[in-house]
Design a protein around this ligand. Structure first.
Ligand code: SF4
Length: 421
């Protein structure tokens, strides 16, 4: 029996792809090993969006090099963004037997077959959670100046609508209640397909699947999100009122240097439109601090924007130059590490206060959550607006929609009891 271990870091796209790889390996009779040292086959699903993630990949490869020197039958595969378009990883890292680009299941299956494994079509793993991720578009054509994704994941390739609908129907029949559609830029979905369907069209199709309770999607791009999509979210009962709209900076010159394709004014207009058309919407954003040349004043513009727009969630990261990117080639990484850290901490502190205020408004109110599982003896799930809620109750609540009356709030999560209405 083949024992495999899939080591995954990075975004939800990687997690979704790892689940698919596991499905293939299980179809060949493979069983998951709890640790990579117990496995016959290790798949590293990697991320290089930040230097810290790349360092973890290099560290794990080093560990595998040691294991392989003792067990020559161990097989090591690498996928994810560490694999470049023309990278000869197996040449550079002798411990690697094979590498394949993210989403290249054909290459992966062909390699497995050469090793004598008979893989079927990826069977859906019986999920421990009622929520699943579904990639709908691979790659990115935007080439934001700091981002390595287009170099590693290649140009945009959408999955046909029928393919996605068929997969989600299958998932729903197997007990999945919530799907999150994934893409680096979901607003580009469909431009490369015959008839040019878009994300709104796909959501309309998926909204007809009765067994499904909820549909989410990420990530949007402020320069590409359409009014049609916003209105589809507003009027489709299964589509959750949650939009992830990365702004990255609150300063026009920095946005220009990042190659983002919108101004701060345009972004604010967009947020106002979304909030007008979807009154219950929760909004998340991403920020990069310490982009080359970012002055205190420019950082101040970002700080003020976060202060005034009051997002539900802000993900903040310090800039780190990535190989091949325009920013790494053209600009000097001149903001000292200590300043980057300080700016990052200031945004985090600001956002903790804002999220605390927003969540406190739910105190005493009932919210509907989809229960995902248990942690430390408590059930947990998320609201349609993507807020994490814990509650204690007897019985099996997994996969159920539950109404919880909120009794405790914090910037990060909420707690409550099952509401007796
Ligand atoms: S939209 Fe920009 S930041 Fe997002 S994946 Fe594409 S290039 Fe990277």
């Amino acid at each position: 029996m083949l024992r495999y271990h899939i080591w995954t870091i990075g975004c939800q796209m990687n997690r979704a792809e790892s689940r698919r790889i596991a499905g293939y390996l299980q179809s060949a009779g493979g069983q998951p090993a709890t640790h990579l040292s117990d496995a016959d086959l290790v798949v590293l699903n990697t991320c290089v969006v930040r230097q810290s993630a790349e360092n973890k990949v290099l560290g794990t490869l080093g560990l595998l090099r040691g294991l392989k020197s003792k067990r020559s039958d161990l097989r090591v595969l690498v996928t994810g963004c560490f694999v470049g378009s023309d990278d000869d990883l197996a040449g550079r890292f002798p411990e690697v037997d094979f590498s394949f680009r993210p989403g290249d299941y054909e290459g992966f299956v062909a390699w497995c077959k050469r090793q004598g494994m008979s893989l079927e079509r990826a069977s859906l793993q019986r999920a421990a959670s009622p929520c699943a991720f579904v990639p709908i578009i691979q790659g990115c054509d935007n080439f934001c100046s700091y981002c390595v994704v287009p170099y590693r994941r290649g140009r945009e390739v959408s999955r046909p609508v029928e393919d996605v609908v068929c997969e989600v129907q299958g998932m729903a029949r197997q007990g999945i209640r919530e799907v999150t559609l994934l893409g680096q830029n979901v607003d580009s979905y469909g431009h490369d397909l015959p008839g040019h369907p878009d994300l709104a069209d796909l959501l309309t199709e998926l909204n007809r699947i009765d067994e499904l309770a909820r549909i989410r999607f990420l990530t949007n791009h402020p320069k590409a999100i359409s009014l049609k999509l916003i209105d589809t979210v507003a009027c489709s009962d299964r589509v959750c009122e949650h939009i992830e709209l990365p702004v990255q900076s609150g300063d026009d010159d920095i946005l220009k240097a990042m190659g983002r394709g919108y101004t701060v004014e345009r972004y604010i207009e967009l947020v106002n439109t979304i909030r007008r058309r979807i009154p219950e919407v929760s909004l998340s954003t991403d920020i990069i601090v310490g982009f080359p040349g970012e002055t205190d004043e420019q950082f101040g513009h970002t700080y003020s924007l976060i202060e005034s727009l009051r997002f539900d969630v802000v993900h903040v990261a310090a800039y780190s130059p990535r190989p091949d990117t325009e920013a790494a080639r053209e600009y000097r990484d001149d903001v000292p590490q200590a300043i980057k850290k300080e700016r990052l901490a200031r945004i985090e502190a600001l956002q903790a206060g804002i999220a605390s205020d927003i969540n406190a408004r739910l105190q005493g109110r009932p919210v509907e959550i989809l229960v995902e599982g248990q942690k430390k003896g408590k059930w947990f799930g998320r609201t349609r607006s993507d807020k994490l809620v814990f509650f204690a109750a007897r019985g099996d609540w997994a996969g159920r929609l539950a109404e919880i009356r909120i009794g405790r709030t914090s910037p990060w999560s909420l707690g409550g009891e099952v509401s007796d209405k």
